[in-house]
Design a protein around this ligand. Structure first.
Ligand SMILES: O=C(O)c1cccc(C(=O)CC[C@H]2O[C@@H](n3cnc4c(=O)[nH]cnc43)[C@H](O)[C@@H]2O)c1
Length: 224
């Protein structure tokens, strides 16, 4: 667990989700297991944000964290990445008349496809972790072929990683006017499906170590 280094965890039940509250001298951390996929993550995050707001103790920052597929060579297995753009990869429409064959929802005239975490926070966390910052995609279907990985690279130059929750978490945070950050540990390469290649335990250990390194930045961070 990414916050396992912190003591004194208290469980709080929310509709459809469970939250662990950790109070330290410097801050209050709430750890929410938000489920898999953008919809579950958005629902759980929105519930926690709303409960805190109604309680008169709103959050100052939402951090989405977990494992991810990495686009090599920028994000090899075992590395950490921080999102400077939390981008949904497949929210839109197929289009036979568009060169790319895909129109993002913004081209259809509504919604949003990217949330940008505060740049200074991204820089400070990436420095603390010694890792790259870049686009982290949110997908509803895990990429399982070189062809799909190539399409995503072409659409999102410099993309670092894909996972399944960031955009949902970011949508909920944006609705509450709370900044969002996404930190991922790479457990597998993005590309042809290969379950033997997963390194989930090692990635979770990296994530736990990473939170230890950036906890001070997160605790002291304030939007100015
Ligand atoms: O069955 C598969 O081929 C497969 C491949 C990679 C990941 C999964 C998952 O079910 C992981 C879900 C979970 O982990 C995150 N995650 C990790 N790697 C990836 C990935 O390559 N693409 C998208 N999401 C990934 C994700 O955020 C979920 O929380 C199955």
């Amino acid at each position: 667990m990414a916050l396992a280094f912190l003591p004194e965890q208290r469980e709080i039940r929310l509709p459809g989700a469970e939250l662990r509250r950790i109070t330290t001298a410097g801050a209050r951390w709430d750890l929410l297991a938000a489920g898999v996929g953008p919809a579950a993550a958005a629902a759980a995050t929105a519930g926690a944000l709303t409960a805190a707001a109604l309680d008169g103790t709103p959050y100052g920052l939402v951090v989405c964290a977990g494992i991810a597929g990495g686009f090599e060579p920028l994000a090899p297995v075992g590395s950490l990445v921080v999102a400077d753009a939390v981008t949904v990869a497949d929210l839109g429409a197929e289009s036979g008349t568009d060169a790319d064959g895909f129109l993002p929802v913004t081209a259809l005239g509504f919604g949003t496809v990217t949330h940008e975490p505060p740049p200074r926070l991204v820089r400070e966390v990436a420095d603390a972790l010694g890792c790259a910052a870049g686009t982290v995609l949110t997908v509803s279907t895990v990429t399982g072929s070189a062809a799909r990985a190539g399409v995503l690279r072409a659409r999102h130059p410099g993309v670092l990683a894909e996972a399944m929750e960031g955009f949902g978490v970011a949508e909920a945070a944006a609705a509450h006017g709370v900044p969002v950050l996404e930190i991922r540990a790479v457990s597998n390469p993005v590309g042809p499906r290969d379950r033997d290649g997963w390194r989930i335990g090692a990635a979770l250990a990296e994530l736990t170590g990473g939170f230890g390194k950036c906890a001070t930045v997160l605790e002291s961070w304030r939007e100015v």
